[in-house]
Write a protein that binds this ligand. Structure first.
Ligand code: FE2
Ligand code: FE2
Ligand code: FE2
Length: 477
């Protein structure tokens, strides 16, 4: 029977449907070729994941912070898959901790150091991410799905998520990089293309071209910036005037207005990716599993922030009117060591576990309002925070010598970080800690079609009266 007409028993697809017989006998990459491509995706995914992570804090645009969190997570997850597949192919994983081509590191360094948001989105989403998906597509087209089936799976799964990244990235570039930015960075974008040409494209399958390369932004090493920048929609970012935890835990208030505080707490969680970015970037030499776990948690925290955004929208409240402060990330990033920051995060997240005051309590508040949306939000927030407590146990408790030691270290570090910041920010004229609560509560009452309760309206406990480092009033992270 000729290959073109080849079928299985009673017409069953041959080769379990992976290929027709003609395809199977005419295509395939050698083990060496497949491995050499995988090594390039592996290195790119690893470094790119950390680049996305590192740029979250000082890059001001909220939506992009969220997208960087997701994209860092996608990449971090696939690093391990690429790595494991290489190990299966008669290749001990030697040399996988260094770049497979010097031009690849220059390319990544250039984007790591891109000086503006415009340059960053152009470099990430118009050059590197498309080069990565182009390589994966080519791999899937040329490889023999039967001979190299495990690689086919790894690449197919990665491509699914990387194409989503690419599609979002195209939109981000269209919204954020105008003609002026393109003109400004035209030479630099050409340099990035030249780098790809010298390495035979990102996957190394094309002829390697001679180009003269002069690095632009990567002539000096990357320096992490820990000040949490926000775009112009955010205002009064040092305001600590409304103590959400004290209100939530006060039994004399009804559950309904508490949902506003829950949404506030959720959306304020933007500051957790902004802080975790600094721990991840400044903690070196950990196994990849550490970075994968931490970046997963970082993405969860970004999700929680967007849950708050959804919550506010459901109440017809414009979140831009609420001071979503940067104080926690600011204090930790600029005044504490990475280890202190991580212990503070751990201490706070452990404080969310007790049923009466923690995540379960927040979920019960939501359930008692019979609002499906707030219930869902708190349900997943709770589930995620349980995972985060586990991640903390795995990575910071062991480093600090045990649970008791970690809690004591975290508690002390947090008091030190917080210091007298409430008064300090006021004295430095960073904020007046204005009470934003009554106006927002009124808006929600209009939405609900009820009269504001004078006692709720009058709420004015700040973070001065009730410091968030008190164990029973833990500020959620
Ligand atoms: Fe949360
Ligand atoms: Fe968390
Ligand atoms: Fe959180």
């Amino acid at each position: 029977m000729k290959a073109e007409n080849y079928t299985g028993y009673k017409g069953l697809p041959p080769l379990v449907g992976l290929h027709t017989m003609s395809e199977a006998l005419s295509r395939g990459l050698t083990v060496m070729d497949s491995v050499s491509r995988l090594k390039r995706y592996h290195w790119t995914a690893k470094r790119l994941s950390l680049i996305f992570t590192s740029r979250i804090t000082a890059m001001p645009v909220y939506e992009l912070k969220m997208a960087f969190s997701l994209h860092a997570h996608y990449l971090a997850e696939h690093v391990e898959c690429f790595f494991n597949r290489v190990r299966e192919m008669r290749q001990p994983p030697y040399g996988m901790d260094k770049t497979p081509h010097p031009s690849l590191d220059i390319l990544l360094d250039e984007v790591q150091n891109a000086p503006t948001t415009e340059a960053l989105v152009l470099g990430l989403y118009e050059v590197i991410v498309p080069a990565l998906t182009r390589g994966l597509r080519r791999h899937l087209e040329e490889d023999n799905k039967l001979f190299d089936h495990p690689t086919f799976r790894v690449c197919r799964m990665a491509l699914l998520e990387f194409e989503e990244m690419e599609a979002y990235g195209q939109k981000a570039v269209a919204c954020l990089a105008d003609t002026a930015a393109r003109t400004q960075y035209a030479d630099w974008l050409q340099l990035l293309q030249d780098l790809l040409d010298t390495m035979g494209d990102l996957d190394g399958t094309q002829p390697q071209q001679e180009r003269s390369i002069t690095p632009v932004f990567s002539q000096t090493p990357y320096e992490y910036k820990g000040y949490p920048a926000r775009d112009e929609r955010f205002r009064d970012v040092f305001n600590m005037g409304v103590n959400a935890e004290a209100f939530l835990l006060d039994p004399s208030f009804e559950p309904l207005p508490k949902t506003i505080m829950l949404y506030f707490k959720r959306m304020r969680e933007i500051d957790v990716p902004e802080m975790m970015s600094s721990i991840i970037t400044e903690t070196k030499e950990k196994p990849w599993l550490y970075y994968k776990d931490m970046i997963r948690q970082l993405w969860d925290e970004a999700r929680h922030a967007m849950m708050g955004e959804i919550g506010f929208t459901s109440l017809g409240i414009d979140w831009k009117e609420i001071p979503l402060n940067i104080t926690w990330a600011y204090l930790l990033n600029t005044r504490m060591t990475p280890r202190e920051r991580h212990s503070i995060l751990y201490f706070i997240e452990q404080g969310l576990m007790p049923a009466k005051t923690g995540k379960q309590y927040e979920w019960e508040v939501a359930v008692s309002t019979a609002n499906k949306l707030s219930e869902l939000i708190q349900d997943y927030d709770w589930a995620d925070e349980v995972l985060h407590a586990r991640i903390g146990r795995d990575w910071i408790v062991s480093e600090l010598g045990g649970q008791t030691e970690a809690m004591a270290f975290g508690n002390e570090a947090w008091s030190k970080a917080l210091g007298n910041s409430f008064d300090e920010f006021e004295a430095d004229k960073k904020t007046e800690h204005a009470n934003w609560w009554p106006a927002i509560y009124r808006q929600a009452c209009t939405h609900w079609g009820i009269e504001p309760d004078p006692k709720v309206l009058d709420y004015q406990t700040t973070y001065r009266e009730s410091r968030p480092d008190q164990v029973d009033l833990v500020q959620e992270k």
